[in-house]
Design a protein around this ligand. Structure first.
Ligand code: BGC
Length: 795
């Protein structure tokens, strides 16, 4: 990179201001600007995190238009559940080989936002609720991608935890929580994999858009963590490009047809933007293009991607990321079992989520097809419900009951219909559709020997869990997920996943719940550090299925752990034995518990893990490094991570609640963090939250008067806006490829777009000046109407 940057700087010195400014905004949806006269090539980028969505340059960015066929791997929640850096790295390398075949230089992934609340619409696209797990898995994926000479893009930086009003919602989060929970994963991934690019998120962080957040984009990302690559915006995330460039945003994506060029030049002229910042950003855009071009040349003779091999890898990854939540011995199915396969997902699989990550798969396996092939006449099938809506009917239930009653075992495929989880909106509850739960009761009544296979990208409430003989969480298993389900049910492979996120009993128990996606312009992170198992374990509110949990088809015994090393650099060793009668894998997890902290602190936090594969009866000693950071807290006063002196318990187990042994280490020296008032419960009240923030809880930005952040939906708040809403929606919809008004994802995304983003997507039709004039008219007419109403009342 450094040599490309040096050459890029030389090129920058030969460019005009206009040329430099143009370079800082994409040429179209998927390419950067090329300047052939100066030998600057374009760089092409494409989604996404679990499969490529390669589209023509002018097509949309939200999965509405068609894309070239590509392998659809399991989505990130399943990949995270593998806890297997080597496997996710393989997936990354496969994605990169496909990118090479499609002439793509940079893959827009992985996504590693922390799952603050399971209802987040993109939970399926994210790896974990834990920053160490998310960070290390993301790093492994980036390393896999970049091993093939293709760039990766860590996204979405940062504190981007909900879909509601995502382009302007302000994530209000205290510094320690930001550092320990929301930034740590990015920090690990940046340091361990040196990604070519990072994508800033849509939202604001503590009052400032991430796209113009100098402390995040420059102070933390570059100065503290040493990031040397390029920062691009999320699509239409730029609110003020001049401020963005000054803050360290190099590239606006996609291009906004020069909409902001004038503002950037004006900022240069007024001195609000330094020439040096412009030059640096331009140099980074050029360096990326030079690097991509050099890699294209170096890999020109690479063998083309092999779709069969990638399909096989997707199948392996799907099983490795599936989690056996419960099993009383019903799985794997005994040979010669007559099976009633029930549930339309068997035929119309849920295998990915909607939005920008949507892939056009090279082929699609179904559980029905795979099981039919294997079981022949021993299989009957009943759809049980409508795959799209999840609704059932008396006739479908009666058919399912008959099938279940006539079989030895009923395999019931349930979960979240496609409309439940998508980019652009969040779920408003975690329940299964009513049709699914009704079917479940009826089928279990008809045949108690019922095994449930759950499809969906995120935690669900499962109040009926104890009624099923086994629950296999297949997540969104990608295009080979159907075959993988058959492989696992029949015992050819075991489900190798362990939960990378907790399954709560009730969403309402979560401390983030009351402040999750509840306000149009603000999200108060009052729960602070208490996300996922950090909440459940600290405040004794058990999850239904805890973080790290998963059964597999064999059992493992752990001997007493031992520890070596000194101070804050330790290695935990533990002898693991496969105590069952078949080969299998497990994930040995180490959690650190600070025995006496001066700060409020989660009772334990993941410090490391090892994925182990053992033949039946075999043993091995696993060694898990516990580094300084795993023991540290963020001390706001000294702005650094510090390890408190004293004793730490290192807890070794097979989930956050299944601890098999502990060792105690003592750290002397260290540093004592400044004392911070501790909230009395897991949800900080106003005074406690203000104390954590260090300033009064900010008031949310008002939605009126109308402004550039006003969303399309909010136009309806005024009579004039209401009149223009339909016209703008039609035009913008056309621009974004929204052919069908019943497309819930497309409509949700459009309605949540701020006016400035709509202007950016208008192909140059709406300049900032025209936009501001429109907003002035909206406000005047609303003001007039209000005054008229008032004088009518008073008169
Ligand atoms: C998403 C990004 C994606 C981009 C391009 C945005 O809506 O937030 O994750 O990479 O679109 O498709």
């Amino acid at each position: 990179m450094t040599s490309h940057l040096t050459r890029a700087r030389e090129i920058v010195s030969t460019l005009t201001v206009d040329e430099k400014v143009r370079l800082l905004s994409g040429a179209d949806q998927w390419n950067t600007e090329a300047v052939p006269a100066r030998s600057i090539p374009a760089t092409s980028v494409s989604d996404g995190p679990h499969g490529l969505r390669h589209q023509a340059p002018d097509e949309d960015h939200v999965g509405l238009d068609s894309s070239d066929p590509a392998t659809c791997f399991p989505t990130a929640s399943a990949l995270g559940a593998t806890w297997d850096p080597a496997l996710i790295s393989e997936v990354g390398a496969a994605l990169a080989r496909e990118a090479r075949s499609l002439d793509i230089d940079v893959i827009l992934g992985p996504g590693l936002n922390i799952k603050r609340h399971p209802a987040g619409g993109r939970s399926f696209e994210y790896l974990s609720e834990d920053p160490i797990l998310a960070g290390r898995m993301a790093a492994a994926m980036v390393n896999g991608i970049q091993s093939q000479g293709i760039g990766a893009c860590l996204k979405h930086f940062a504190a981007n935890s909900q879909e509601r009003d995502r382009l302007r919602s302000d994530s209000v989060v205290d510094e320690r929580t930001l550092r320990e929970i929301y930034l740590t994963g990015f920090e690990i991934a940046v340091k361990e994999s040196r990604p070519w690019t990072v994508m800033c998120s849509y939202n604001k962080v503590n009052g400032t858009h991430a796209s113009q957040h100098r402390r995040l984009l420059t102070g933390i990302l570059r100065d503290e963590w040493g990031f040397e690559g390029l920062v691009m915006s999320d699509w239409y995330a730029v609110a003020d490009r001049a401020k963005g460039v000054a803050a360290g945003l190099d590239l606006e994506m996609p291009g906004s047809s020069g909409m902001y060029d004038h503002e950037v030049k004006a900022a240069l002229a007024s001195g609000a933007l330094d020439q040096a910042d412009l030059d640096t950003a331009a140099a980074r855009v050029i360096a990326l293009a030079l690097r991509a071009a050099a890699e294209r040349e170096a890999h020109a003779d690479d063998a083309p991607a092999d779709p069969d091999a990638h399909h096989a890898l997707a199948r392996r990854a799907a099983a490795a990321g599936s989690v056996l939540l419960s099993n009383d011995g019903a799985l794997p199915l005994a040979p010669e079992t007559d099976v009633a396969l029930i549930g339309a997902f068997a035929e119309t699989p849920r295998f990915q989520g909607a939005g920008s990550s949507q892939v056009n798969p090279t082929r699609l396996d179904t559980a029905l097809g795979a099981l039919e092939e294997r079981l022949g006449g021993r299989l009957t099938y009943a759809p049980g419900y409508d795959a799209a809506t999840g609704e059932t009917t008396d006739a479908l239930v009666a058919q399912a009951r008959r099938a279940a009653a006539d079989a030895d075992t009923a395999v019931l495929m349930l979960g979240l219909p496609g409309s439940y989880e998508a980019e652009g909106y969040d779920r408003d509850h975690l329940r299964l559709p009513h049709g699914h739960t009704r079917l479940l009761e009826e089928v279990i009544d008809a045949n108690p020997n019922t095994v449930v296979v759950l499809c969906g990208g995120a935690p669900m409430e499962l109040p009926w869990a104890h009624h099923a003989r086994a629950i296999l969480l297949a997540y969104l298993g990608g295009q080979a997920g159907g075959s993988a389900v058959a492989d696992m049910l029949l015992g050819d492979v075991e489900p190798g996943g362990r939960l990378a996120e907790s399954f709560p009993v009730l969403a309402a128990e979560l401390p983030s719940h009351d402040n999750f996606a509840t306000h149009p312009t603000q999200a108060l992170y009052r729960e602070g550090l208490y996300v996922g198992y950090r909440f459940h374990d600290t405040w004794d509110v058990p999850a239904r299925f805890p973080f790290g949990h998963g059964l597999g088809y064999t059992t493992f015994a752990l001997d007493a752990p031992r520890v070596s090393g000194r101070g804050t650099s330790r290695t935990v060793s533990v002898e693991v034995t496969n105590s069952g009668d078949r080969a299998g894998t497990t994930v040995v997890q180490v959690y650190a518990h600070d025995k006496a902290s001066t700060l409020h602190r989660p009772v334990q936090e993941l410090a490391g893990w090892a994925k182990v594969a053992l033949e039946a009866g075999a043993s091995t000693t696993v060694k898990i490094a516990v580094d300084e950071r795993a023991l540290a807290v963020y001390d706001v006063e000294s702005a650094s991570f510090v390890v408190e002196p004293g004793e730490f318990e290192l807890r070794v187990g097979l989930s956050s609640t299944d601890i098999r042994g502990t060792v105690t280490v003592r750290v002397s020296g260290g540093a004592t963090p400044a004392e911070v008032p501790a909230p009395a419960g897991p949800v900080a009240d106003d005074a406690e939250f203000a104390a954590l923030l260090g300033y009064p809880v900010p008031s949310p930005a008002p939605t009126l008067p109308f402004n550039r952040e006003t969303t399309l939906r909010e136009l309806k708040l005024s009579a004039l806006g209401l009149g223009t809403h339909a016209v703008i929606r039609r035009m913008a919809g056309k621009q974004m490829g929204l052919a069908d008004e019943s497309d819930a994802v497309g409509v949700a995304m459009l309605e949540a777009m701020p006016l400035r983003a709509l202007a950016m997507a208008s192909d140059g039709m709406v300049s900032p000046a025209r936009l501001d004039a429109f907003i002035r008219v909206l406000n005047t007419s609303t003001g007039k109407a209000r005054r008229a109403r008032r004088s009518q009342r008073e008169g």
